[in-house]
Write a protein that binds this ligand. Structure first.
Ligand code: ZN
Length: 205
């Protein structure tokens, strides 16, 4: 049976590059894929998924209230779909995640979702919460903090270059996101004091 996958990570971990590469692998073998990207912060009807290393592909957009099962089922009737890809899956509604599960369960098409786990305040996004709850296969896309530890959190820098501690879940504009390990995220957010001596003085076990 086909599965619902969730590849999650922080910002700048290369999720979109992975998505485009995986879709390309299907197409190279003569199979067809359907790509979706969040339309919440885009205008028009057709979207473009582009990665930092220059890959890009046309994609359909999803917005709140869209029935993704119906859209894929309709497309699948006249052109077989071999895999569905969803970028920015953190913006899915809970109901849309269930629709994606039905695409796997009832149409037998694998669905690969890529997205952020948490926002800059350390809270789950709606789509990520539902995907973590019901996806068949969870895969962490790894990236590292400035200290070399695994980065699991993200901070947002405003136009003044300072770390945002409050505000909307998504900011549009020139905000910059930086991926950090949990310890450095807490320090940057002002929740714990920097204390590098604790590492140096910790006894070796
Ligand atoms: Zn760190």
């Amino acid at each position: 049976m086909a599965k619902l996958y969730f590849h999650y990570a922080t910002m700048n971990a290369g999720k979109t590059t992975m998505l485009l590469q995986a879709s390309y692998n299907y197409r190279e073998r003569g199979m067809s894929t359907m790509l979706f990207v969040a339309g919440h912060y885009r205008k028009g009807d057709s979207g473009l998924i582009s990665s930092r290393i220059g890959l890009e592909s046309e994609a359909e957009m999803f917005r709140d209230g869209d029935d993704l099962f119906a859209r894929v089922a309709e497309h699948h009737e006249h052109t077989s779909v071999h895999c569905v890809f969803v970028d920015e899956a953190q913006f899915l509604e809970e109901e849309q995640v269930w629709q994606l599960a039905r695409i796997a369960d009832r149409l037998n098409i694998p669905v690969m979702c890529y997205g952020l786990r948490t926002d800059f305040q350390g809270n789950l996004f709606s789509g990520s919460r539902a995907l973590l709850a019901i996806a068949d296969d969870l895969r962490e896309v790894r990236t590292i903090c400035r200290c070399g530890r695994k980065a699991t959190m993200v901070v947002r820098l405003g136009s003044d270059g300072k770390v945002a501690k409050q505000g909307q879940q998504v900011a549009i504009g020139k905000d910059v996101y930086v991926s950090l390990c949990r310890r450095h995220w807490e320090e940057e957010m002002g929740r714990s004091a920097p204390d590098d001596f604790s590492v140096l003085s910790a006894p070796e076990v």
